[in-house]
Design a protein around this ligand. Structure first.
Ligand code: UDP
Ligand code: MG
Length: 251
């Protein structure tokens, strides 16, 4: 198989009833692109892995990885990033709430941007979830000085180079745009479609998501405050590497 231009990375935990339709939809939506589909089973205890294996037999573009136990969405995405070979990497929910038909437009925007974040318009979740998500986004942006409208939307596109050498911690997938901006990435946001979950159930209870998400903000803030961008002040000497800090940073 030739090296793909695009890698879809899809975290899956207990999504057995969604696998077949998901694979059909991404296959159709991305038929015109040279793509691979990396489906990461995050330690499912139902038939997700069997379903994935079955799907992979019918489509060479599918690559499967699985964890022996559940590690969480960030870990599943990080494993997918590690496996991805395309210059463009797009993350997508495994429950069909994101519409794969939106993927080509996001990929096209990577010509001008390093990261493209989906913003779910007409969001098809319960009102409680929509409100708690709004509060959490507002708090995150207030604390980090950012303006990411809908970081809970998994549908995002990245130039792969920005995903390399990232240490990701549990829950960190929500801060990818902010962390990449900190490193100098150009980030934009575009509206995307959203659909109700058709089978299986959500992994994020409203309260749990809020409390955990709010605590994580302080870690990101600490990183922003203490980020060391040494490359901008590094000077190479003839033999070996010697770094000279600028006057400003050494004072
Ligand atoms: N997911 C995962 N591991 C987890 C929790 C979630 O791989 O521990 C996956 C899940 O299967 C889905 C995506 O992450 O594909 C988003 O989860 P979910 O749909 O439950 O989130 P929601 O849409 O309710 O915010
Ligand atoms: Mg969902």
């Amino acid at each position: 198989m030739q090296t793909p231009d695009l890698s879809l990375v899809i975290p899956m935990h207990n999504e057995e009833q969604n696998v077949q339709l998901l694979v059909e939809e991404i296959g159709t939506a991305l038929a015109g692109l040279c793509a691979e589909f990396i489906l990461v089973d995050d330690g499912s205890t139902d038939g997700t892995l069997d379903q994935l294996r079955q799907a992979a037999r019918g489509d060479q573009r599918i690559r499967i990885a699985h964890f022996r136990r559940n590690l969480g969405q960030t870990a599943a995405m990080a494993a997918g990033f590690h496996l991805a070979r395309g210059e463009a990497v797009v993350t997508l929910d495994g429950d069909l709430q994101n519409d794969p038909a939106d993927v080509p437009a996001l990929v096209a925007l990577l010509k001008e941007w390093d990261v493209v974040c989906g913003v779910r318009v007409n969001r098809r979740d319960t009102w409680l979830k929509r409100i708690s998500s709004k509060i959490a986004n507002g708090f995150r942006n207030w604390a980090t000085g950012d303006d990411i409208v809908d970081t809970g939307c998994t549908l995002k596109a990245f130039r792969r180079q920005w995903l390399q050498n990232l240490d990701l911690y549990r829950g960190m997938h929500r801060f990818l745009p902010t962390l990449l901006k900190m490193r100098g990435a150009r980030v934009t946001q575009v509206p995307v479609r959203h659909r109700p979950r058709r089978a299986g159930k959500t992994h994020y209870g409203t309260w749990g998501r809020m409390v955990k998400g709010l605590g994580d903000v302080w870690a990101v803030r600490w990183m922003q405050r203490n980020y060391v961008d040494y490359a901008t002040v590094l000077e190479l000497e003839e033999s070996g590497v010697r770094s000279q800090e600028s006057e400003a940073s050494s004072q």
